[in-house]
Design a binder for this molecule. Structure first.
Ligand SMILES: Nc1ncnc2c1ncn2[C@@H]1O[C@H](COP(=O)(O)OP(=O)(O)OP(=O)(O)O)[C@@H](O)[C@H]1O
Ligand SMILES: [Mg+2]
Ligand SMILES: [Mg+2]
Length: 529
């Protein structure tokens, strides 16, 4: 009925506006395709073709050589360190090292005019990238092993930085000019916003882990462009061009940015419109993408070989040296944590979210292998230790974990062993760790003993159950009330009285009782679950 009111040509747009569209609705009807173009600054002392230091935070223009500002007559000289770093990235991403020319590296000029590029061209690699056809493995949103193809990696120069609010003038800082970048281009093989976020994070972790780049997106050492296109799942006439979202400001924005862009694209396609090839940016505050430029009339860059730079050859020695440094990548480590140590994929990922604790965790895991369950080691470090630190607003986890060691005694391990030997309950161990983090210097055993947390060896589980049973008998009125509430299913009121009963039992049991066990026992006895 609604449709017949409008002339046919307006039906599309009216319908599109008639319902609010969610990313989930779009993903149901459309297949999303995304691919990434990532630039990251290589972690080298000096720049790609000059010996100026790679430090962009220093005083403006203090880290720029004559080569970087392109004074006439200056010639670029390749920094071999950059080649080594790029080689590491190429092998870590399992690609063919410049297959076309058998290990020959060449550079091209990409011409454009902009003050942040003083040469008038960027030295990059178009025809002979260092690597082609690699892949990156990751655990996708369904926790399954997956991989994305890497189309190419190329070495190129970074530009300078422009400032447009500089005493009413535009200013340029050449500190960044000529720094070594890796451009990593993936194939368009990702079809879900969550997987997009996971892929970029996995790549970032890999670059950091192998010291290829500090890869901090917020500080611009890693810059990520996400290309996004849609194709209708059931109607072959409905599809759009790819849109490039430039320079996302952090991993956490990737998912949201893609979601807002696909809603925009689907609305256009559904209303019979055309999605042009564009470059856009994501506005975090407005949660929408904004046009930067049309891509269809892109510049002709007049690519040519750079005659100032000779061919370079990668030797088999260079390859084996790089191979030694990349014996494992974060994905391998996560796989090991999950396959060998039985952690879940999410837990393995959490381990990588705290790089400062990574070595400590792995060493402890291996040291305690077959004595302490890896789940327990994980819980102590990533649940209680981090939890307690966060509660106290402490963020220097590395410093705090080192403080747990006194006179060669790792008190965290000591505590885990006390629990494994059933000398202390998990709940009491948590309290001991809290004291340690708070600055207590005593051993875990002494803190536990002085607090009355060490279990009496002669108390059996039957003794403990008998104590709880006795309390339940004494507090018959509360027990009956709880049972009545349980029957009428008044959910909220139960926790208070149960905790009261747990408290009563714990007063008698002291160290022998584990509050968690006592609570479970009472629930089972009183509520039957
Ligand atoms: N249909 C598609 N949908 C989404 N992404 C796509 C599609 N086709 C290609 N892509 C992605 O677009 C990106 C193309 O990047 P590439 O660097 O080759 O070109 P560009 O961004 O146009 O050029 P420039 O280097 O000048 O920015 C790749 O990441 C690729 O995965
Ligand atoms: Mg691009
Ligand atoms: Mg590109």
């Amino acid at each position: 009925m609604f449709l017949t009111k409008f002339p046919k040509k307006y039906r599309g747009p009216m319908l599109a506006r008639a319902f609010t569209r969610t990313p989930e609705q779009v993903l149901k009807n459309y297949k999303l395709t995304t691919g990434f173009e990532i630039h990251c600054q290589m972690l080298t002392e000096t720049k790609l073709f000059s010996n100026a230091p790679t430090k962009s935070n220093d005083l403006s223009n203090s880290c720029a050589s004559f080569v970087d500002v392109a004074l006439p007559g200056m010639l670029p000289v390749l920094n071999k360190e950059c080649l080594k770093v790029a080689l590491k990235a190429s092998l870590a991403l399992k690609g063919d090292i410049n297959k076309k020319d058998g290990y020959e590296i060449r550079f091209d000029r990409k011409h454009y005019f902009y003050p942040d590029m003083p040469q008038g061209y960027q030295i990059t690699q178009k025809e002979h990238p260092i690597m082609e056809n690699g892949y990156l493995r990751f655990y996708n949103r369904l926790k399954k092993e997956d991989k994305i193809g890497i189309e190419r990696i190329q070495i190129e120069q970074d530009s300078a930085k422009s400032f447009h609010d500089f005493h009413n003038y535009s200013g340029i800082d050449y500190n960044r000019a000529g720094s070594a970048l890796l451009e990593i281009v993936t194939f368009p093989e990702i079809h879900h916003p969550i997987d997009a976020r996971i892929v970029v994070r996995e790549l970032q972790e890999t670059l950091k882990y192998l010291n290829i780049s500090t890869a901090n997106m917020e500080e611009g050492q890693m810059r990520c462009d996400v290309n996004i296109s849609l194709r209708h799942r059931f109607d072959s006439e409905k599809f759009g061009n790819r849109v490039e979202l430039k320079n996302l400001q952090g991993i956490k924005f990737i998912e949201k940015a893609i979601e807002s862009e696909i809603v925009r694209q689907a609305t256009i396609i559904d209303s019979g419109g055309y999605v042009p090839l564009q470059t856009r940016r994501y506005d975090v505050d407005k949660n929408e993408t904004i046009l930067l430029r049309e891509k269809e009339d892109d510049l002709d860059y007049r690519f040519m070989y750079d005659p100032d730079l000779p061919s370079y050859f990668i030797t088999p020695e260079m390859i084996s040296e790089a191979e030694e440094q990349i014996s494992s990548v974060p994905f391998d480590e996560k796989k090991k944590l999950s396959d060998k140590f039985g952690l879940t994929v999410d837990q393995a990922q959490t381990v990588f979210s705290y790089p400062e604790l990574y070595d400590y965790f792995m060493e402890t895991l291996i040291q305690l292998n077959e004595i302490v369950d890896p789940q327990l080691v994980y819980n102590y470090i990533f649940s209680i230790f981090i939890g307690n630190c966060t509660k106290k607003n402490l963020t220097n986890f590395k410093f705090k974990i080192d403080q747990c060691k006194t006179k060669g005694n790792d008190r965290l391990i000591e505590l885990m062993l006390l629990q494994v030997e059933d000398k202390i309950s998990f709940s009491h161990a948590k309290m001991v760790l809290y004291e340690i983090i708070d600055g207590d210097k005593r051993s875990s055993f002494n803190i536990a003993k002085d607090s009355g947390f060490i279990k009496n060896e002669n108390t059996s589980i039957e003794d403990i159950n008998a104590v709880i049973d006795k309390i339940l008998e004494e507090k018959q009125d509360i027990v009956e009330k709880l049972r009545a509430e349980n029957r009428s299913n008044k959910r909220k009121k139960k926790l208070g009285p149960i905790m009261f009963l747990v408290g009563q039992a714990m007063r008698v049991l002291k160290a022998d009782g584990d509050p968690q066990y006592v609570q479970e026992y009472i629930r089972k006895k009183v509520l039957g679950k």
